[in-house]
Structure formats: C-alpha cells, structure tokens
Unconditional design. Sequence first.
Length: 323
Amino acid sequence: MRAPMILLGQALLFWLVVTAAAGAQSFPDRPVSIVHGFGAGGGADLLLRAIIPAVSDQLGQPVVVDYRVGAGGNIAISYVARAAPDGYTLLLGTPGLVTNPLIFAEARFDPLHDFAPVGLIGSVPTVLVVNPALPAQSVAELVALAQARPGKLTFASSGIGSSLQLTGELFKRAAGIDLTHVPYKGSLQAEADIMSGQVDMMFNVLPSALPLIRGGQLRPLAVTASTRAATLPETPTMIEAGLPGFVALTWNGILAPAGTPTAIIDRLSTAFRQALGMADVTARLAAMGQDPATSTPAAFGIFLRQEHDKWAPVIATSGIQAQ
C-alpha cells in the first residue's frame, strides 16, 4: 500500500504545481484590486492614481482602488493578509505596515511574514520646519536651544504613532534632546499652529510643507532624505546637519498576501516598474513632489526588514502607545 500512496502523493503534488503554473501564466484574467487604508486625496492616494492607468495598460486588465479606511490602516492591512494569494488583492503599503504592530495591540499581522513584497513605488522625504520666530537657523542651533530648554520645545505630528511622530522621536533619540510631542488629527491644523507659534516645529512631508516654506510661513532646517531635495536645494540633509545616518522617508509599496506564486509576483513587479519608468508618469509624480521608487520584490523585502529594525527601538524607548 505504501508505494501506491507515495505515487498518489506525487501525482497530487504534480497536479498542484501544474495548476499553479497555469494560473500564473494566465494572470491576470480579471480586474486587480489595490486595497488602500486611508481616504481619497492624500499623498499616497494621489501617487496611486497617477500610476494606475499605466499599470492597467501593462497588465491588460483594470486596476481598481478598494478603500478600507480605519484603525490607522490596520483594517486594510489585515484584510489583505487574509485574502486569497492569487495576485488579485494587493495592498498599498505605507510605513504603518511595519510600525503599527509595534504600537497597536489590535494590529495582529506580521509585516515580514504575512505578505509577499512586490516592490516600492514611491517615497517622499520629510522636512524639519520651525516657526520663523524661533531663534534657530539650523539643526545645530535648534539642538542647542532644546538642550537649554529641556522638554520646553514642542513638536507637532499628524497623530500618535504616525510616521511624522516617529521621525520626531528619531530626532530626539539621535540628537539626545527632550521635546514635547503635540499630536493632531492630520497635518493641516498642525501646520496652522506652527505658523501661529502655538507649536515650535514639525517633521512634515515635503509636498505639503513646500508652499508654506516658499511663502515664508515656515522655515526649513533640514530634509530627511540621504540627498538634498531638488525642490529645496539650499536646505541640507539631516546627515549634513550633523546627524549621521538620519534618513526617514514616507514610502509606499505594493504587497500581496503571503503564498502568492512567484510567477505572479514577478508579473506584478514588472508591470509596476515599467509603469514607473514611463516619462509621462515620472512627470506627473515630479509635479506632485513624489519621488518614484522602484525595487525588485527581494529588495523590497530587505527594505521592510531594515525599516522594522530602525523603528522598533525608537518605539520601544519612546513609549508610544495608541490611544
């Protein structure tokens, strides 16, 4: 009986391999959904909308956005983690994919094991801005001011556990200073309170801060990318300002549920990379202040591990807890 059972098992395995291969070769034969955990109109949504037509052309099928908003993106992330691993349900990943499980008790997903990375699609540096009346013309002067007034200077963010708060906490850790966090429900009120002097500073995404910088309402001290921003060429990086290795980007990437066949992941990765390489797509993103970022699935997986290793100690030492 043992030999027939072995043969049956081998036949079943062969059938599964052949079926998976056939499915991958025909992929996609219906629309593909990208699940987005935040509302329409934000930076990530605008990025997605700018590249979807080109991705649809590459795949030969419609690509649609499925908004599943709430819980800091956890609803969308959990939904995709449980979806069928067939390539038809994808996630628009944001920094919260990595950091939320370290902050929210209800975030019961593993960003490094529950998903198959497809690739990065964009990144945006943040910029450290202060009220123009604050007596600090550089990061070094700001650090000195904070050291002279421990706990007195305030920094705003778009909410507890947001990537903007985490960047502020990283700054505190890297510079060895004590700042008081003031969370807001979004960036607009935070920007208004910095301009009015209610709050001293903020790390904000560059596209949002740029009009206020150009209008003189905010003073930029440094950007958080590894190189200077083309739109703020006179503003140094945090590294140039004296904080080695300080890089913090607001990124977006595409992920599929774990177990999605490699052939499907490769098909999706190629489609996104080719779309992002088109001149008209690049021009649209540049006009929005977005930097197109492409990567292989393997490189994106390494990036996610690096993000986890960067932010885990920051979150642990700062004691950030969801409210």
